[in-house]
Design a protein around this ligand. Structure first.
Ligand SMILES: [Fe+2]
Ligand SMILES: [Fe+2]
Length: 273
């Protein structure tokens, strides 16, 4: 079982931030803003799914998962709260969150499904966040131009995503979830994630007046498809989810552990298992 620590991050998110906060780069700022816009609704869904999945387990299994589920919920609730503050700054800058509206409508339609579906969708999304986290932590240059407090926010979130990457997957297995459903949800989640990411990033750029500029998409191409880019680097780790013997623990978490021990002064520990 994963040992999950709940941390309180010591950064100021009330201070306004520049529009293109990631080193003046419009594309990567817009894409990371889009991701952040999806977090509050997404993380509430993960919390609700894992809580419902945990409740549906037989009693002995419930006890085995209790502490880990508590840690998972605590971590995601903290992410949701801090990205809510980050998103308040985006609203002040004039950005509009359409991703959240679309996600809420989709999640409403999922309510009638058995909780195993929600846990499968959560496990799939948690794999996406874990590989994106590893990508971000292994490429500090991606956030090199960001204000230190925002860099800390993204690296802390990435480190904890890596830390709790097994919880939803293990819960899905403990619920007796089958392989067909697990893989079907990964295909669906990936499709919606990429579509929403593209739409919200484009919308953010449109608000900036940067959408139709050559330099925006030149930088965007490099960020997504260049050497070490977000899409080019993550295709292979994404595919590992489709292997029959896949387990999230197969992904190395050394970078997450290194970041958390090197930045212990950036947070206080709220609870430890
Ligand atoms: Fe999170
Ligand atoms: Fe997560």
């Amino acid at each position: 079982m994963s040992e999950l620590v709940i941390r309180k991050l010591l950064i100021d998110l009330a201070e306004p931030m520049p529009r293109h906060w990631n080193g003046g780069d419009a594309f990567s700022s817009a894409l990371l803003n889009a991701l952040s816009m999806s977090f509050p609704v997404g993380e509430q869904f993960f919390i609700d799914s894992v809580r419902a999945g945990h409740k549906a387990l037989p009693e002995a299994e419930q006890a085995r998962f209790s502490r880990e589920v508590q840690g998972f919920i605590g971590q995601e609730a903290t992410h949701r709260r801090l990205h809510g503050l980050f998103n308040d700054q985006l609203t002040r800058l004039g950005y509009v969150n359409h991703w959240e509206v679309r996600a809420r409508a989709r999640l409403k339609r999922m309510e009638r499904l058995n909780c195993r579906h929600a846990v499968a969708a959560t496990a799939a999304t948690e794999h996406l966040t874990a590989i994106l986290a590893e990508w971000l932590l292994s490429r500090p240059q991606m956030l090199a131009g960001a204000p230190a407090r925002l860099r800390t926010l993204w690296h802390w979130h990435a480190s904890e995503e890596s830390e709790h990457r097994c919880t939803a997957f293990d819960l899905y297995k403990a619920l007796g979830g089958d392989e067909t459903r697990r893989l079907r949800w990964m295909r669906l989640v990936t499709l919606f994630f990429l579509m929403d990411l593209l739409r919200q990033t484009s919308h953010n750029l449109w608000r900036d007046g940067e959408l139709m500029r050559w330099r925006t998409w030149k930088s965007g191409w490099r960020f997504l498809f260049g050497a070490g880019g977000l899409i080019s680097s993550n295709l292979k780790p994404w595919r590992t989810y489709f292997k029959g013997d896949f387990h999230p623990a197969q992904q190395d978490d050394q970078l997450s552990r290194d970041w958390l021990s090197a930045h212990a002064s950036d947070f206080t520990v709220v609870s430890r298992p």
